[in-house]
Design a protein around this ligand. Sequence first.
Ligand code: SF4
Ligand code: FES
Length: 209
Amino acid sequence: MNAKKAKKEKAKKEKGDGLIRFTINGQSVQAREGWTVLETARQYGIHIPTLCFHPAVHPIGSCRLCVVETRQNNLTRVVASCITPVSEGVEVLTDSEEVQNVRRWVLEMLLANCPASLQIRELAQECGVTSTHFTVEHPEDACPRCGLCVRACDEVVGVRAISLGNRGVFKEVTAPYHQRSTDCIRCGTCLYVCPTGAMEQLFPQVSSE
Ligand code: SF4
Ligand code: FES
């Protein structure tokens, strides 16, 4: 078989294996159809900070902490890696200047909105963010309304004992009458998945059981 034919055969074979090839920080990686950028990065041990993501529930891309830069067809975008599907040939950068700027901005917002969360302060510190330019309005708040607890209760436990009520700045994790729902089976899944420690503050009666 001549070289040209061999190359063609190789490309054909590669195309047919169902894998998607692209790069993360210049490293060649492969992913399966339907994987996200975050999933692929984790497979290769490439760290991307996250807050509202948990592998057991569907991602919704609410916190934007997991941003990465993608470059393809002369188009550069900054996207949430937990909800961005991989595509053939895309260049992904997890720590570019653009990414660092957006991540810093997200962390400063989180520090201002959730000043009572030790976990968020630690997360910010890991990324070199120790203060915020935004105004702290509720010093006792630790919940960024990421909805992870609500999704876990629904998707993992199948109960829906809690929900995200209200809209905009009034959005909150709530249960009927601010009491533990009678549907709650006290499994503690919401406490377990909560990335900020807020669930213990919101429903202390559950965490103390
Ligand atoms: S209580 Fe925890 S898991 Fe639930 S929305 Fe707030 S931070 Fe997210
Ligand atoms: S972890 Fe991706 S948007 Fe929150």
